[in-house]
Structure formats: structure tokens, C-alpha cells
Design a protein around this ligand. Structure first.
Ligand SMILES: [Zn+2]
Length: 494
């Protein structure tokens, strides 16, 4: 008798399990089946799992198949891998790579086709969230946001440059958020009201514009024969940090020299937006080790948990100006309109001269390879000693065609791998760690219920093979699933 009750209870439990199956009603949704979902936080892979997307957010993630009702598309991801969409936390989406304002004016068609392709190029390489770290053309941020298919874009707006400092070479430019700092050698024009340019006033204004971070600069300049640009004092940097944090803004500072990194490490800023590749008079020691002076500065940054963006592609991108074959790379055809590639080919010599003058290409190339090596060796040191490394490319960083949108992120990943960074770390940096650094982890960084439906479906496992990031099957952005092929510039309608 008891046995029968036991069996009945067992059957009853089975039935109740069945009725407790998850039922989800979605509109414009997706049901992704049989996927292998990778967690960037602990590198676990959950096999044969399901993801349900409702509108632009993730409604369900689990191994149990849910009952989905409403309007949705079903995607079979058997054998494929799902990761959260990638985040590049250092881009500039308002420029046309390598073209000056004058060249933009002379080539409106090229600029228009480039700007139309730009959001898709980032998506083509899996970048579904971008942070624009400074622009002189904020209206173009709005243009970008108007594109029908585009990554989510966050911004700092106009940089909080130091009065008369780097980035403010010309008072004719409209630099509304410059910071007033007294400097006898570099007086600020009288027409500006000092109170409007205090750290407090500027931080309030930047926050009110919808920005998520305050960007400022520590840059004495690149030309040793010229007097240095004014840089922020310790007191000013402290005030900027206080005012930024009061406004819930992350403090991001440009700096790439030993002096800048020392200053910013000690100032405990949140993030330094570049790697330390400018070593002054220091060289790699005899057994290719990092000089003690450089280590000391990196150690300060590690101890103070200062975010460090290696931006390895800044140096490599400039070096590409010396490589006559670079523009034949077939990957460029996916991210740049053909007209622009042709323009680069026709003007590559002029572009080289504009940056490097009459310096021989082989010397520039050797120098930049050395700088690139320093960037990588520092990156490895930071990784080995628990540094807070962040994934940001600075695309495009300077007048070069060597930082193509989207593709530059993939190249940065390849460089990180060749510097000795494990694939698990690269995935974490480009997803959850970037999200946390910019306080966006409620929305991004993992494949979890409640987050934005920004996902990548990959043909390969990115924890085993870096080329998985260039083998994307589909990109899901804001809940919309797009075949990668449709994002390529090759397939843009003429
Ligand atoms: Zn930048």
C-alpha cells in the first residue's frame, strides 16, 4: 500500500514539475536553442542551454526549455557559443579615420558612406557597446545614435581639457568644458568667466549632458624641443576627482608617458586611458626586462587599482603608415567603404609625410615596433601582478588609416594574446570588467536575465581560439538578430 502511495506521489511530483515549466510571453522576441553559453566571470560553459529575448532585453537563460508564446524567431545554435556583446571602452565615433576637416569637406560622399557604415563595422566585429572618450563634434554623436542598427553608445562629450593644455591648442575652437588653471606662461583669454570653468561647474555640466565619465588630460606634449603644455596640478586633479564622483562620473585621464602614469597612479584616478609606452630615457635592460623606474610606476598603479587601458593599437596603427601592403588587407573591405580604401591608397604617401615628415620609413617602423614591444611587456607585467587592465582601443587614435573601426578591436585582441594574456582574461576584459569599470554591469557584461539583449553567437569557442572573434555567426543587438554578413561594408547597398 505504502508502495502505491509512493509511486502516486512520484507521478504527482513529475506532473507538478511539468506544470512548473517556465512560460514566457514575448513580443518581437528570440528563442535561441541548444547554445553553449560562456560566462566571462568564471569561464564556465553551460551546454544545451536556452536564451529568450523579449524586446531589447534578456527574459530567460537556462538549461530547461521554456514555453515561449507571442511573436518570436527561433534560432538553433547547436554547436555554437554565446557570449555577451563586446564593449570597447575607448573609441571616437565622430571622426572619419585619418581625414582632416578639410579633406572631409572635399569628399562629402566618402564621409557619408563611411558614417553610414561605421555602426555596422563595430557590430561586424562584435562590439555592441561603445564608449566615446571625447569629441570636438558632439552633434555627430547624435547622428550615430540615429542609425537604425548600431551599438549602444555612451560618451564623455567634450573633454575637460586643461586651459591652454593638450587638446586646446587653439582658442578659436569651441571647447566649452575646458578647466581653468592659472598659468603665467599661458594666460587664458579674458572673455572666459573663471567660475564657469571650475572643476565643479564643468563636472556638473558634463553630468547634465548625459555623459557617464569625465575625461581630462595629462599631456605635456610630444615635442621635446617645445616648452611643455600645462598639465593639471595635484590639487586640481583631486578636485576633479571629487567633483566627478559627486556626479557619479568615472574619472578617465589621458596619459602615456612615465611622468603621466606616475602622476595619475599617485592621484588614484579611476582610469588612465593609454598604456605607458613613452619611457623617456629608459630602455629595456640587458635581459629584456622592464627598467626598475617603469616597474615602480606600474606598481603604484597596481597598488592603487587604477584602471589601465593598454591601447596597443595606437602605436601599431601609426606604424601601418610605413607598410605599403597594409591597405590590401582584405578584412578592411568589411569595415570601410570601398571609396575610402581607394582614397587611402591614392593618398598614403601624403598621409605618411603629414605624420612623419621626411623620416625614412624603415627607421619609423623600427621605432614603432620598439614602442609596441614596450606596450606589450608592460601589459604582461600588469597582468602578472594583478593590475586592473581594461579593454579600450582608442579607435581611431590619430591621423592614420591603421585603426579601422571594429577590426581595430580584433587586432587589439590579437596583440593582447601575443603579449601573453590568456583568452579567458581577454573575454572578461572586453565584457564584464569593462561594464563594471564604467558602472554599466546592470545592463551589460554577462548573459543573464534582465540585462540588455546584446549577444554574440560564435562558431568557435573564444576561450580556446582568439579567431573566434572573427568567426561570428550572428550579432544580437538591442534584441535584434543580424547575420554577420549583412553588417559587412561589402554588402552595403550602393
Ligand atoms: Zn582617445
Amino acid at each position: 500500500m505504502n508502495k502505491i502511495i509512493g509511486i502516486l506521489l512520484f507521478i504527482f511530483t513529475l506532473i507538478s514539475c511539468k506544470t512548473s515549466e517556465v512560460e514566457i510571453f514575448v513580443e518581437n522576441g528570440l528563442l535561441i536553442e541548444n547554445a553553449q553559453i560562456i560566462s566571462p566571470e568564471n569561464q564556465t560553459i553551460s551546454p544545451d542551454s536556452f536564451v529568450v529575448v523579449n524586446g531589447d532585453s534578456i527574459a530567460y537563460v537556462g538549461v530547461e526549455k521554456p514555453i515561449v508564446k507571442g511573436s518570436f524567431e527561433t534560432i538553433d545554435a547547436k554547436g555554437k557559443y554565446i557570449i555577451p556583446g563586446l564593449i570597447d571602452s575607448h573609441v571616437h565615433v565622430t571622426a572619419t579615420d585619418a581625414l582632416s576637416d578639410e579633406e572631409e569637406m572635399e569628399n562629402p560622399e566618402i564621409v557619408a558612406s563611411y558614417r553610414e557604415q561605421l555602426p555596422k563595422s563595430y557590430l561586424y566585429f562584435g562590439y555592441t557597446t561603445l564608449i566615446d572618450l571625447g569629441t570636438a563634434k558632439p552633434e555627430r554623436l547624435d547622428d550615430f545614435q540615429k542609425a537604425e542598427i548600431r551599438p549602444d553608445l555612451y560618451f564623455v562629450g567634450g573633454g575637460a581639457v586643461i586651459g591652454n593644455g593638450y587638446g586646446l591648442s587653439n582658442w578659436n575652437d569651441d571647447i566649452p568644458n575646458f578647466i581653468y588653471q592659472e598659468n603665467e606662461a599661458y594666460p587664458i583669454p579674458e572673455k572666459y568667466v573663471k567660475e564657469n570653468h571650475s572643476p565643479k561647474a564643468v563636472a556638473n555640466r558634463i553630468a547634465a549632458s548625459g555623459a557617464i565619465a569625465l575625461k581630462t588630460y595629462y599631456e605635456p606634449g610630444f615635442d621635446p624641443t617645445q616648452p611643455p603644455f600645462p598639465t593639471p596640478s595635484e590639487a586640481l586633479m583631486e578636485e576633479l576627482k571629487t567633483e566627478a564622483h559627486k556626479n557619479n562620473l568615472v574619472l578617465v585621464v589621458h596619459g602615456n608617458s612615465l611622468e603621466a602614469h606616475r602622476f595619475l597612479g599617485n592621484a588614484k584616478v579611476d582610469i588612465v586611458a593609454h598604456g605607458l609606452w613613452n619611457w623617456g630615457d629608459f630602455r629595456l635592460d640587458s635581459d629584456s626586462g622592464i627598467p626598475e623606474e617603469i616597474k615602480k610606476v606600474l606598481d603604484i598603479e597596481i597598488k592603487n587599482n587604477v584602471g589601465y587601458m593598454p591601447t596597443l593599437q595606437v602605436i601599431n596603427g601609426l606604424r601601418e603608415l610605413t607598410d605599403s601592403n597594409y591597405l590590401n588587407d582584405s578584412e578592411l573591405e568589411h569595415v570601410l567603404p570601398n571609396g575610402l580604401i581607394e582614397y587611402y591608397k591614392a593618398n598614403s604617401n601624403t598621409m605618411y609625410v603629414n605624420v612623419f615628415g621626411d623620416a625614412p620609413k624603415n627607421i619609423i617602423s623600427t621605432n614603432f615596433n620598439r614602442l609596441s614591444g614596450r606596450g606589450k611587456i608592460n601589459l604582461k607585467y600588469l597582468f602578472d601582478h594583478g593590475g586592473n587592465i581594461l579593454f579600450g582601443t582608442d579607435t581611431p587614435s590619430s591621423p592614420t588609416y591603421g585603426n579601422p573601426p571594429g577590426y581595430n578591436g580584433y587586432l587589439e585582441m590579437l596583440e593582447m594574446e601575443s603579449a601573453g594574456i590568456p583568452l579567458s582574461k581577454i573575454l572578461a576584459m572586453a565584457t564584464i570588467e569593462n561594464a563594471k569599470a564604467f558602472k554599466l554591469e546592470q545592463l551589460y557584461g554577462t548573459v543573464e536575465e534582465g540585462k540588455k539583449a546584446n549577444l554574440l553567437i560564435l562558431n568557435k569557442n573564444p576561450l580556446q581560439d582568439i579567431t573566434a572573434y572573427n568567426d561570428i555567426d550572428r550579432v544580437v543587438v538591442n534584441g535584434q538578430s543580424i547575420n554577420r554578413t549583412n553588417l559587412s561594408a561589402k554588402n552595403a547597398d550602393e
